[in-house]
Design a protein around this ligand. Sequence first.
Ligand SMILES: *[C@@H]1O[C@H](CO)[C@@H](O)[C@H](O)[C@H]1NC(C)=O
Ligand SMILES: *[C@@H]1O[C@H](CO)[C@@H](O)[C@H](O)[C@H]1NC(C)=O
Ligand SMILES: *[C@@H]1O[C@H](CO)[C@@H](O)[C@H](O)[C@H]1NC(C)=O
Ligand SMILES: CC(=O)N[C@H]1CO[C@H](CO)[C@@H](O)[C@@H]1O
Length: 145
Amino acid sequence: MSFGRSFTVLCPLFLLGVAGTSSGNFRQLPGSTVKPGSPVPIKTNDSGVQKAARYGVYTYNNSSNDIFLFKESHINKATVQVVRGLKYNLDVNISRTVCSKRKHPSLDRCHFQKSKKLRQTFRCHFEVWLTPWLQRVEVLVSNCQ
Ligand SMILES: *[C@@H]1O[C@H](CO)[C@@H](O)[C@H](O)[C@H]1NC(C)=O
Ligand SMILES: *[C@@H]1O[C@H](CO)[C@@H](O)[C@H](O)[C@H]1NC(C)=O
Ligand SMILES: *[C@@H]1O[C@H](CO)[C@@H](O)[C@H](O)[C@H]1NC(C)=O
Ligand SMILES: CC(=O)N[C@H]1CO[C@H](CO)[C@@H](O)[C@@H]1O
């Protein structure tokens, strides 16, 4: 699956009230007319899951004040739901890398901080909606703590 390069990442705060965090509210997604299927568990090493997790991380990095970029360090759990594309619901650990934000490096080449203290893991709930035929990605929820 390829989703191309262009994507939109909408402000999660703006959408929180609309999309909610429970699948029960999902019907209210903007523009959604199709009743969604139920979320089903999916392997965390699935390529779509990994792609979706990376989009979640982009959103996190874009809104963090950290001088370093974070990257997914472990995908704990994932479900996927068919709803005008695929909506991934992810439980992901992210950790601090040695890559500085200012240099805009590719995350693939960023190693994690060596020191455990600097590496600092956060646990995130990401909801990422991929519409491959529109080459569109929306991060509906990005909630890390
Ligand atoms: C994903 O992990 C399973 C084991 O849980 C393994 O059998 C499968 O080959 C892996 N798939 C990929 C794409 O790595
Ligand atoms: C990054 O954040 C800025 C404002 O903080 C926002 O205008 C921009 O759309 C965001 N970009 C992405 C890709 O999320
Ligand atoms: C994920 O992060 C949480 C919170 O920091 C931590 O308790 C847990 O051990 C981490 N899991 C893995 C597999 O790293
Ligand atoms: C603000 C910021 O640095 N955002 C970055 C988040 O991560 C992606 C992927 O590395 C970068 O492209 C963004 O510039």
